[in-house]
Write a protein that binds this ligand. Structure first.
Ligand code: ZN
Length: 349
């Protein structure tokens, strides 16, 4: 590691510690080069594990390290599966090949952040779990390296990780917005708004969005959330989002939210497959929207947020993050609902 790269860590640690980190990196073997963790760095440099996490994320953001995630068995503490992005099939892992436990329930505490030094890259086959980790990796130090501790300390901004889009993509988003404004015919307007929604959601690494038909409805945009971990905004969203596009040149009628309710109710039947809906409209939400959304959340625990074209425009202008907007809007509905719940509990009807 050259001095230029070491100097980027001066905000966290003195230069001697940076040199020690360089020494640690060069001591890595082909077997350990892709298993750098916060607790190992913390031990080697004799620094706080929180600082070690910050250093590793900084090195990752500077392109020195590559981040991958691994699942640690909550029963025996062995690392049992590695993956390279946030939507590998963790949820399919229900048993541990080391201890034999067959009913594993995994959350972000069991997901560990591993870093790999890019300079000495070696090929890695993520398909063969049995030979992935040697015995020495099975000690249980999970919590210090776990995704939940990175999230809790704010070092890992999961929204930024998953919705980090290029200048070109912002520009494409902008021209899709312009297309919506320029469309004249009813069909052209509808199509352009749906295109915008689809594009905007597909920019998130773990979403797959497309229009679909059910036996009773046409759904303008159906988003599958492929994230395996229930944390932050993804805990609220759940596995699916239903999006309705309203292309009218006036404030959409108040009835549109009940149409959304009926689409979601039909899909859910007796289950709770869909927990989240979004109405995207050309014009801003009607005054009655929030009251209805809060009421619906209280009754069904389903969150419906509203995003208008001006807000997509300002997302583009400010190089903002769609996931942050979704999170903020969802919390507004949920928070309001909590207040109403208290009022309802205190005073009754
Ligand atoms: Zn196990």
């Amino acid at each position: 590691m050259c001095c230029f790269q070491l100097s980027m860590l001066s905000e966290f640690i003195p230069i001697e510690k940076s040199e020690l980190l360089g020494e640690y990196f060069s001591s890595l073997t082909p077997n350990t080069i892709d298993k750098i963790t916060a607790s190992k760095v913390s031990d080697y440099l004799d620094i706080d594990v929180d600082i070690a996490r910050k250093i590793l994320m900084k090195c990752k953001n500077e392109g020195l390290l590559k981040l991958s995630l691994a699942l640690r068995c909550p029963e025996c503490g062995s690392l049992i599966k590695r993956l390279d992005d946030y939507m590998d099939d963790f949820q399919d892992i229900t048993s541990c090949y080391v201890c034999g436990e067959e009913n594993l329930e995994v959350d972000e505490k069991n997901i560990e952040l591993l870093f790999e030094l890019i300079q000495k890259k070696k090929s890695f086959n993520s398909g063969q779990q049995i030979t992935l980790f040697k015995k020495q990796d099975t000690t249980n130090v999970a919590l210090e390296n776990s995704m939940s501790s990175y999230l809790k300390s704010g070092i890992l901004d999961i929204n930024k990780e998953l919705y980090s889009i290029s200048k070109k993509e912002y520009e494409a988003l902008q021209s899709l917005c312009e297309e919506v404004r320029a469309s004249r015919s009813k069909k052209a307007k509808g199509d352009s708004l749906e295109r915008l929604a689809k594009y905007m959601f597909n920019l998130c690494k773990i979403f797959r969005a497309n229009e679909i038909r059910t036996s009773v409805n046409q759904i303008d945009c159906y988003v599958r959330n492929k994230a395996f971990f229930p944390c932050g905004v993804f805990r609220i969203i759940g596995p699916r989002i239903i999006i309705e596009c309203k292309n009218e040149d006036r404030v959409p009628a108040g009835t549109y939210i009940s149409k959304m309710h009926s689409i979601i109710s039909e899909i859910n039947g007796k289950g709770d497959f869909v927990k989240f809906g979004i109405i995207i409209s050309k014009k801003k939400a009607p005054g009655t929207y929030k009251k209805h959304a809060v009421k619906y959340f209280l009754a069904k625990e389903i969150v419906i947020i509203h995003i208008c074209l001006d807000e997509v425009d300002s997302l583009v202008q400010s190089k903002g993050n769609l996931l942050d907007i979704i999170e903020q809007k969802a919390e507004e509905i949920i928070l309001d609902a909590t207040t109403d719940l208290k009022v309802a509990g205190l005073y009754g009807d």
